[in-house]
Design a protein around this ligand. Structure first.
Ligand code: TMP
Length: 404
């Protein structure tokens, strides 16, 4: 019963969102079959890992037609260029370095490594995005990463100097196997460098929409340090990033030598301040989530009662949790504008809100727009300066419902 996926200790419940469809399961027709599962979050009091209870099979989430394409945001493109620069710096003193990226998506980061002529390999299970990466000149292996594939890659390409992953490790259910794979594939002085949404930000902002099927784990310095230790590795550095509503970049060395940087102690202390190492820290999170949902529903109801059009901005995976938990659907939100070609013309999972091209948003200039892509607020406010100047209002909801 709900044992920790990492250390098998009995977990404690954090929050339950009820029946959920697949977050990226945008449907082409309203008659399409949809798969629902129980979305609930658990906390392990032993290794501090915050994790999902039930997980849909990976093939249900990342198949032929995975909808998320990294390069739709220019801010993310800039972010990954900087990340590539950091990786190039990390390997700069090494002879013929080999860089492996797990979940390279459309090559948004790895193409910069490839451009520098650095030996590299992307590992990407979703065929459609892997094909996009190949077009940018990136070498890609289309499969899931585990101990077996690590052995295969090590045999074919030799040991890796750096293994990196962004928004990927959180989706690998068998993390113990992945870490064993890192130990196999990394050179003795090799480094694992990974970035994922940061639990501290999720709890401080109450940004519960980060919780969905693809995000099996919600990492903190506490849980990552334990996980690394379990596999004979060491967390040596943490570097906070402003992307995806607050992310953390973890640097993990193979072996147990070396001292962690002062940043690690700083973040661990901050996490303790929020009580993320105890179940009590998550009680307030649940209360805050329910308050936000109530306020958002009331705000939209009031606007709608004045006969105002409300649309959404960004058919994000995140919004699947928000929309299905609050039961906000097409009676409230006419449509969601999105710039991803593969999403336009489809309907959101579960609540079935139509997704339309951005040109429709520009044409309608609706009085109220719910910013589902809230993590891209800076970029979108910049892009939609005219809309706001003309009186258009954006509604955001973390850490509280705001109309601006
Ligand atoms: P993400 O939050 O998972 O990055 O998804 C953002 C979604 O929002 C993605 O479907 C693309 C969409 N989007 C727009 O439609 N316009 C924009 O300007 C940005 C930045 C994102």
């Amino acid at each position: 019963m709900d044992k920790c996926k990492i250390c098998k200790t009995q977990t404690k419940p954090v929050i339950s969102f009820g029946k959920m469809p697949i977050a990226n399961g945008f449907i082409s027709s309203l008659n399409a079959d949809e798969f629902f599962y129980d979305l609930k979050v658990l906390f392990c009091p032993n290794c501090f890992m915050v994790q999902l209870g039930q997980i849909p099979r990976p093939e249900m989430m990342f198949g032929e037609t995975y909808a998320y394409i990294s390069s739709t945001s220019s801010a993310m493109a800039d972010h990954f260029k900087q990340q590539a620069d950091e990786i190039i710096r990390l390997v700069s003193k090494r002879k013929d370095p080999f860089v492996v990226e797990l979940g390279c998506n459309d090559g948004i980061m790895l193409k910069h490594i490839a451009e520098k002529g650095i030996n590299h390999l992307g590992i990407e299970p979703a065929n459609n995005v892997a094909d996009l990466a190949k077009k940018t000149g990136v070498r890609v292996l289309t499969e899931f990463f585990d101990q077996k594939s690590a052995q295969k890659i090590a045999r074919a390409h030799g040991p890796a100097d750096v293994i990196c992953a962004s928004n990927t490790l959180l989706s690998i259910e068998n993390l113990n196997s992945a870490f064993e794979g890192f130990n196999i594939l990394l050179r003795d002085n090799g480094l694992l460098f990974f970035e994922d949404p940061y639990l501290f930000d999720i709890v401080s902002l109450s940004s519960f929409d980060q919780i969905y099927d693809e995000h099996i784990y919600y990492f903190s310095g506490h849980s990552v340090r334990e996980l690394a230790k379990r596999h004979g590795m060491k967390l040596v550095k943490m570097n906070h990033q402003d992307v995806h509503g607050g992310s953390m970049c973890y640097y993990i060395k193979k072996g147990t030598a070396g001292r962690p940087s002062a940043q690690v102690a700083k973040w661990l202390k901050k996490e303790k301040g929020l009580k993320l190492d105890r179940i009590t820290g998550y009680k307030r999170f649940k209360r805050n989530v329910d308050n936000i949902c109530r306020n958002l529903k009331n705000t939209l109801k009031k606007i709608k009662s004045g006969n105002n059009q409300i649309v959404g901005y960004g058919a994000t995976s995140k919004s699947t949790t928000l929309l299905n938990y609050t039961r906000i659907g097409p009676k409230t939100i006419d449509y969601i504008s999105d710039n991803t070609p593969t999403k336009i013309g489809k309907f959101t999972p579960g609540m079935h809100i139509p997704i339309k091209a951005h040109s429709q948003f520009t044409k309608d200039s609706p009085p109220f727009t719910v910013l589902f892509a809230w993590n891209h607020k800076k970029e979108i406010f910049q892009k939609e300066k005219d809309y706001r100047k003309k009186g258009g209002k954006f509604i955001t909801y973390f850490p509280k419902v705001t109309i601006e």
